[in-house]
Design a protein. Structure first.
Length: 286
């Protein structure tokens, strides 16, 4: 009879290796406290429960911001409907489940280095100058900066010189634009991802958003609380700061009012290569 009891004890011990913590709200936002034993990070997904024992599962929440031991979370639709106020934090050790980030752009392709060396010279400035110092014509030639810019040089005769203005180089294709199906509204009172297709999008802010075409967006506050200091952000990272929106009121935001924060400048090219069917030649730009 001791075996079933021992098994039950082991199961109970394993279940409580993860701590259940109380979730509290403040001004429409939800928070929980963590410690070194049960750390959380931005993007961590935590299971939610409607009871303090952590037996009645009720959706999940995503950690949106961490300040010291205090973490701000956003509840999913199931947790919101169940009024879940308890979260289970994984003990230190296991890797927490994270929200999948947007893939970073692929690194620019570098010219292969296993080709024979071309007999010639390269120089780069406002113009790229190529000298073929050999007695062999080069064919199927391409110039490539290691930042991804390319130019199809084609054929170059033996013992000749050619010049290409750098403005003629083609830049690598940009990543596709994200699907414009929502706006993310973050105010002092909370945050909601308003899907255009769902007028009842779950979140702490009660309302909905309409895509009016031409980049215009209508934001509606259907709740009983004024929204203060709101950031309205599109999937392409352009955003608009809305000072406030009163209950049962709406605001139309024109396309030109959305601005994009300055992005970090891409690193300058450090290498220029000429790849032809007959071989390879490259120079450092550092």
């Amino acid at each position: 009879m001791r075996t079933p009891m021992l098994l039950a004890l082991l199961i109970s011990t394993a279940a409580w290796s993860q701590d259940v913590v109380k979730v509290f709200s403040d001004k429409g936002n939800f928070f929980l406290r963590s410690d070194k034993k049960n750390p959380v990070a931005v993007g961590t997904e935590v299971p939610m429960f409607s009871d303090a024992a952590g037996q009645k599962a009720a959706g999940t929440a995503i950690v949106m911001e961490v300040t010291g031991a205090l973490a701000r979370i956003t509840l999913d639709e199931e947790a919101t409907k169940a009024n879940a106020r308890f979260a289970r934090l994984a003990a230190a050790g296991p890797t927490p489940k994270m929200v999948t980030p947007t893939p970073a752009p692929a690194a620019a392709e570098k010219a292969p280095s296993n080709l024979p060396a071309l007999k010639g010279r390269l120089s780069s400035g406002l113009r790229v100058v190529i000298n073929n110092d050999s007695d062999v014509s080069w064919t199927e030639c391409e110039l490539r900066f290691d930042d991804g810019r390319t130019y199809d040089l084609g054929e170059m005769a033996s013992n000749s010189e050619d010049t290409v203005i750098t403005l003629k180089f083609k830049s690598p294709p940009r990543p596709p634009e994200p699907l414009y199906d929502h706006v993310l509204v973050t105010c002092d009172e909370g945050e909601t991802k308003f899907l255009f297709s769902n007028p009842r999008s779950p979140g702490t802010l009660k309302g909905y958003a309409e895509n009016m075409g031409g980049g215009r967006v209508d934001i509606h506050n259907t709740g009983d609380v004024t929204w203060q200091r709101c950031d309205v952000r599109k999937p392409d990272k352009t955003h608009y700061v809305m000072a406030k929106l009163k209950p049962r009121d709406s605001e139309t935001i024109r396309s030109g009012a959305f601005n994009k924060d300055a992005e970090a400048k891409a690193p300058d090219a450090t290498e220029l290569a000429l790849k032809c069917k007959q071989g390879l030649m490259k120079i450092s730009l550092k």
